[in-house]
Design a protein around this ligand. Sequence first.
Ligand code: PEP
Ligand code: MN
Length: 349
Amino acid sequence: MIIPKESKLTIEQLSTVTAIVEEYDCKLQVIVGHHRSVYAVLGEERKTVMVNRILGLNFIDRFDAVDSPFKLMDSSSELAQHKIVLGNHIVGEGPFVIAGHCTIDPKNPNLFIESAHAVKEAGAKAIRGGVWKPRTMPYSFQGDDASVKILMEARSQTGLPVDTEVMDEHQLRIAVEARVDILQVGARNALNYSLLKSIGQMTQNKKIAVLLKRSMGMGPVNEFIAAAEYIAAAGNPDIMLCPRGTNPTMDGYRNYPDESITPLLKEKTWAPVIVDPCHSVGRAKYVASAALAAIAYGADGVIIESHLDPQRGIGDDPKQSIQPAVLKQLITDIESIWAIKNRTVIADN
Ligand code: PEP
Ligand code: MN
């Protein structure tokens, strides 16, 4: 990775560097960071002659070759300084709670808007709402393009960033054009490398973050981080990792809860971890404990399905959404665990 002396390269400097790396069959990917841009060399980046030529340029500060398969997502990467800013919040500084309906019901937009206000009141920092849904059965409600408007109305009324899942390029285009703040890659698509690349390319430089769910079948931690690397290598480093339970399930829960993977992720990568306890346990009454466990494990936040009237919801809401009053108490408890956790970290040092 090439780090310039100034906050970014000029157009002429960029074309000089690009020409050099291309001579050595590498590609240059600009990664626009919060404070400065860095330039990832994609390909075999350890060619000594290439590195020396780049280091010889008077506008280059450093060339960091990361000793890891994850050049961008590894904790030792220059991007470890990178901060994801969503609304008024820097992810990682205080618990980041995303909350709202599993699914937006296009026939009842007001209910979604009212829930959005209620979760904001409860202390959520962003709002979730499924516009398009990956459903097990083709006959179940699949979502509706029209719900994007409802999601964006919630954004303008509450002033909070919004999150929705995209499953294909058509949905991706609509969501990017609407300026959705967080694009969710669902568990079923976490290994869809073409989609991951398209998302990285189409969200590059647009201040749109990606919440990458862990797939139900994902085994090693590295497979999860590699999926994130695809998005970053395509141009967008604003990635949050989201454990959401795996298969086979734990008897009684919807999936096998995996918030305990958080410290392992945090050791290997700098990406924030936002745990999804709702899809993990699948029942409203277990959600709060799983969310608190996630924070105790060091997660940067949680994504929670929350609905004013879960029984009138669609998709997962009747089973696993918690009411905003319960969310409010949960967020207070999350703040307490967060404080204890930070105190522990200080004591450990
Ligand atoms: C969801 O967030 O509603 C969802 C479908 O999640 P997952 O992809 O984790 O199943
Ligand atoms: Mn859901």
